[in-house]
Design a binder for this molecule. Structure first.
Ligand code: DI6
Ligand code: FE
Length: 394
């Protein structure tokens, strides 16, 4: 007996059993029991004698796994529209950051906000993303940079998970920027992260993964490595903002620590790609930040293909470099700006995005045993999802 049976649909299962990898099944049925997929296949292959409590007619539309946004900075207060204006007048992201704006201006606003204010702001953002069929989110801290505010952000991420019943990975990004209290003392701040913040937040069960910003305006490889060592000691998976504005060989460092993903990677070189392939580290491409910063140097997609590094696509939603709430727009932009094929882009927000979170046994494909996170689209083919912007009908 199925709890629910969805009939008369076409399915893009995102499993690799056809050439494009979308795993298309025409005239499909999806059976669900206990929140999990217990049948996916051609409707004609439905086993006889398995009735359903509830049957739905999909009207010939397309069913996909609910989408996964595997890189967001969803929780913050304030906005940076004035900084956007400055950049339009010629100031660079790095200049603004070095002058105390950028990430630190969001840190000031976030430190001033209460937990409830942060929750309300973030819930509104999350609900907007839900309207595009996103069912799993990664949410980073990193706009507190002190114990109390990082804790508040991670508590908000936990509440978002628990009160919406969505799948959420909570990522500690203490090594995002140097807080003003530690100006000129980055190594002391890294010590504070490793000795105080991360162990205490982990003890409160607020952290699922650990991230950092490896960049000239962020932290060095040696500093990031100290954070990774502590994460490993605590049994937490790592990931890294790497090679976004320059090449510090951060992706290779991440791979060395078995990272789930290396993200941005516009300046990744071949050694970095090979290291990622060897470690099974996913490449998370973030076309929103590339577009919004008017970057010219696109990530080396050919190298990633050559080394068979799985590519995910995410919003990087944040107030400074990617203030978009549209994962579907990122689907389109990853094709137009990075030249992904529509198949690669779609796998990037489903199967490979799940892997970027370590959730590959749970969601990201339509397979028996996976979560019944389904999205039903009124499109004529899955490629239409990459074509329309901003939004095909869910
Ligand atoms: N890279 C990014 O694109 C975001 N963080 C990071 O390390 C930007 C964060 C911000 O500008 O507020
Ligand atoms: Fe980011």
């Amino acid at each position: 007996m199925f709890d629910r049976l969805l009939l008369n649909v076409h399915a893009a299962t995102m499993t690799a059993h056809d050439a494009g990898g979308l795993g298309i099944i025409e005239n499909a049925a999806v059976g669900v029991t206990g929140g999990k997929i217990t049948f996916i296949g051609a409707e004609k292959d439905l086993p006889a004698g398995r009735p359903a409590r509830e049957t739905a007619d999909g009207g010939g539309k397309w069913v996909t796994p609910a989408f996964i946004d595997c890189h967001t900075h969803l929780i913050y207060a304030g906005n940076r529209a004035a900084e956007f204006e400055k950049r339009l007048q010629g100031a660079s992201y790095e200049e603004i950051s070095r002058a105390g704006g950028g990430i630190l201006s969001t840190v000031r606003a976030t430190r001033d906000a209460t937990e409830q204010e942060l929750f309300d702001l973030s819930l509104r953002r999350l609900k907007t993303m839900l309207m595009e069929g996103v069912g799993t989110f990664e949410i980073k801290s990193g706009y507190g940079l002190d114990f109390e505010t990082e804790r508040r952000m991670l508590r908000v991420a936990t509440r978002l998970r628990d009160e919406t019943n969505l799948r959420v990975q909570r990522t500690f990004l203490g090594a995002h920027a140097l807080p003003p209290e530690y100006a000129g003392r980055p190594d002391d701040y890294i010590g504070h992260i490793c000795d105080d913040m991360l162990p205490a937040l982990h003890a409160e069960k607020l952290v699922d993964a650990v991230d950092g910003f490896c960049e000239n305006i962020g932290f060095s490889r040696a500093q990031i490595e100290r954070v990774f060592k502590k994460a490993r000691e605590l049994g937490l998976p790592v990931k890294l903002h790497a090679e976004q504005l320059s090449n510090l060989n951060g992706a290779a460092l991440a791979a060395q620590y078995g990272a789930l993903s290396a993200d941005h990677i516009e300046y990744l070189d071949e050694d970095g790609a090979a290291a990622m392939a060897k470690a099974g580290t996913v490449a998370v491409l973030l076309p929103g930040a590339f577009y919004f910063l008017r970057e010219k140097h696109a990530p080396p997609v050919e190298l990633l293909r050559k080394h068979r590094v799985p590519m995910a696509v995410a919003t990087d939603h944040n107030p400074g470099t990617s203030p978009t709430l549209s994962l579907l727009l990122m689907l389109n932009m990853s094709c137009t700006h990075f030249r992904l094929t529509p198949e690669e882009a779609l796998l990037g927000i489903t199967r490979h995005a799940a892997r970027a979170l370590g959730f590959q046994s749970v969601c990201g494909t339509l397979e028996e045993g996976k979560a019944a996170d389904l999205a039903l689209w009124d499109v004529s083919h899955p490629r239409d999802l990459c074509y329309y912007f901003p939004r095909p009908p869910l």
